[in-house]
Design a protein around this ligand. Structure first.
Ligand SMILES: Cc1cc2nc3c(=O)[nH]c(=O)nc-3n(C[C@H](O)[C@H](O)[C@H](O)COP(=O)(O)OP(=O)(O)OC[C@H]3O[C@@H](n4cnc5c(N)ncnc54)[C@H](O)[C@@H]3O)c2cc1C
Length: 215
């Protein structure tokens, strides 16, 4: 069942609010399809925006990395963080420069992350992160051992303050004389697909058949 996230001063959509929503199902769908996010935070060294992978389980967005990771250590200290997630769907070309745009589905989140120390939750989050790379993959590789778990930090960011925004369709209609201009107008779809698997040079099994392109 879908629910609405509360609109805060930070998540109030200002420009083109009709393209936005605070619907949890819309937010979740974008988080679950996107393979990377960008994490914004400020430390005494200034502002940072760091790209990284993420995984969602229920109401939590999980990030992970080496225990020495600057971003994770800063976030674990309880500072405010903003996460942006973008799926790019198309380039939008209009007759006028002004109406050029992009079709996208995006999420902006705010909050404070906490370090996951409970072993079961940490393992579940790490499994979910591996599943992003390939469905079923967490059961088709050796799970992390104690040393690897010790060397890995996992953070959970609750999905409580977030918005989604979507642009789709053709360019905004050029009007008047502009509509008569002899320039092409339309949409060029962009698609990210999984290509054919390539065995690692030292791979002992040919498992290429195990991967279908639909993953
Ligand atoms: C691929 C891509 C390209 C874009 N290119 C441009 C561009 O060239 N110029 C431009 O002005 N805008 C662009 N946008 C839209 C941009 O992300 C903002 O939505 C826009 O700048 C509105 O800013 P604002 O001042 O109204 O809102 P802000 O005050 O910046 O935002 C208010 C709140 O609205 C929500 N919000 C704003 N934008 C988004 C979003 N994209 N997704 C989810 N929630 C959002 C957030 O909660 C945010 O805190 C692009 C978006 C994407 C995904």
């Amino acid at each position: 069942m879908s629910s609405e996230l509360p609109v805060t001063d930070r998540t109030k959509l200002r420009r083109k609010p009709q393209r936005g929503s605070h619907d949890r199902a819309a937010v979740d769908a974008i988080l679950d399809e996107a393979l990377i996010c960008h994490v914004g935070f400020v430390t005494e060294r200034g502002p940072f925006v760091i790209p990284t992978m993420h995984a969602r389980i229920g109401d939590q967005l999980y990030l992970h990395g080496a225990v020495g990771n600057h971003m994770l250590r800063a976030l674990a200290g309880g500072i405010e963080v903003s996460v942006a997630v973008t799926l790019l769907d198309a380039l939008v070309l209009a007759r006028t420069a002004f109406h050029h745009s992009m079709n996208y589905r995006s999420v902006v989140m705010f909050g404070r992350a906490t370090e996951v120390t409970e072993p079961e939750t940490k393992l579940a989050a790490l499994d979910a992160l591996v599943e992003r790379v390939g469905a079923g993959r967490s059961r088709a590789c050796r799970p992390p051992n104690a040393k690897e778990l010790h060397a890995t930090s996992v953070l959970a960011l609750p999905i409580v303050e977030a918005s989604a925004k979507v642009r789709s369709g053709p360019p905004l209609a050029d009007e008047g004389e502009d509509a008569q201009l002899p320039y092409w107008a339309g949409v060029i779809p962009l698609v990210t697909t999984r290509g054919a698997p390539v065995n690692a040079p030292d791979c002992l099994v040919d498992g290429r058949h195990m991967f279908d392109r639909a993953q």
